[in-house]
Design a binder for this molecule. Structure first.
Ligand code: DGY
Length: 335
């Protein structure tokens, strides 16, 4: 019997079984045995002698880790966002980086709308009120919230997820949708979705709900801070399912305390898993633990997709969801 050596993969945390099963068909797989985020030294130990790294958004894949094994044939992120990986360093070492786009678009748009509705109609506060035995009967002024149907929603970043949110807003809630894009208007998309472009400041002034769908980078870091809260309506509700660092969280706590805006609904935080002091004490902040893509179906698709990216790369094929440009000549996987 010929003993063909399988490529070796390090997976930084257990992911849904179908992804691991698929990987195991083609690779020798080592999975972090602990149910926690690994330290940098543990990741460096894990990637030693491996051909591929499958990592999560909670792993900060920096130069030290990448340089510890420049022979990696791929770094496959189990997420659509890949700000946790120093892509320019990976590119310098000719290591392909991949992500999991598309499969979590509707799931994240659904969570965005759940947050919007929960915050507008004060569902968590109402639930807590009931459980605390405070309900003494129907009241004309009890738990008054904000109307959703027909209101204006401002979408910052009209990519895949932003567009899916726009569809829900227009078709489901008859909302007026305005959007801002760093690169300016997208006439084709505007026509298809029935949405209108607005300047950033204009959007902040006009929208009743503001939702963020931009990747985290130098341009978007703290794009919503004290000045921006000052432009928003005092009745506005801000929703974030993108990345925490897009908002200056300290400034948000101040804005919520001072009533500069009516509420915020957050899935992501600046220094996850920590939150800015005071945020968790505010009734007008709805906070959930980064669950934008957390459905069994979507996380399974993400696992399979990340596995497919690894398998392609270790077989020296260009992975389907490549996010950087690497020179094929310098790629450690010679074709
Ligand atoms: C992503 O894929 O970037 C999401 O944040 C995961 O939920």
């Amino acid at each position: 019997m010929i003993n063909i050596k399988k490529p070796k993969v390090f997976v930084t945390r257990e992911i849904p079984k179908p992804g691991l099963d698929l990987l195991r068909k083609f690779c020798d797989v080592e999975v972090n045995p602990h149910d926690r985020v690994l330290t940098k030294q543990e990741i460096i130990k894990g990637v030693k002698g491996k051909d591929a790294l499958l990592c999560l958004l909670t792993d900060n894949i920096d130069e030290e880790i990448i340089a510890s094994n420049p022979n990696l044939k791929v770094i496959a992120n189990y997420a659509v966002g890949y700000n946790n990986i120093d892509v320019s360093v990976a590119t310098k070492y000719s290591i392909p980086v991949t992500n999991t786009p598309g499969v979590l678009t509707d799931t994240t748009a659904d969570l965005t709308f759940s947050l919007l509705m929960c915050a507008a109609r004060r569902l968590v506060e109402s639930d807590n009120f009931m459980r605390a035995g405070k309900y003494k009967g129907w009241g004309p002024m009890l738990m008054l919230g904000h109307e959703i149907t027909g209101k204006t929603i401002g979408i910052i970043g009209l990519g895949r997820i932003g567009s899916a949110v726009a569809k829900r807003a227009v078709n489901g809630f008859n909302m007026k949708v305005i959007y801002y894009e760093h690169d300016g208007p997208k006439p084709e998309v505007e026509k298809a979705l029935g949405v209108k472009y607005a300047d950033f400041d204009e959007l902040l002034k006009q929208a009743d709900f503001i939702t963020l769908h931009v990747p985290l980078n130098d341009q978007t870091k703290h794009m919503v801070s004290t000045k921006e809260f000052g432009l928003m309506k005092s009745t506005a509700i801000l929703i974030n399912t993108s990345r925490g660092q897009v908002i200056n969280e300290k400034a948000l706590v101040e804005a919520l305390k001072k009533g500069k805006i009516a509420g915020a609904a957050l899935d992501v935080y600046e220094e996850e898993p920590a939150m800015a002091p005071g945020l968790n004490e505010l009734d007008n902040a709805l906070i959930v633990p980064h669950i934008g893509s957390a459905t069994i179906e979507t996380r399974t698709k993400m696992a399979t997709m990340a596995a497919e990216n690894v398998i392609a790369a270790v077989q020296c094929k260009v992975p389907p969801n490549l996010v950087n440009r690497v020179s094929l000549e310098q790629w450690k996987c010679k074709i």
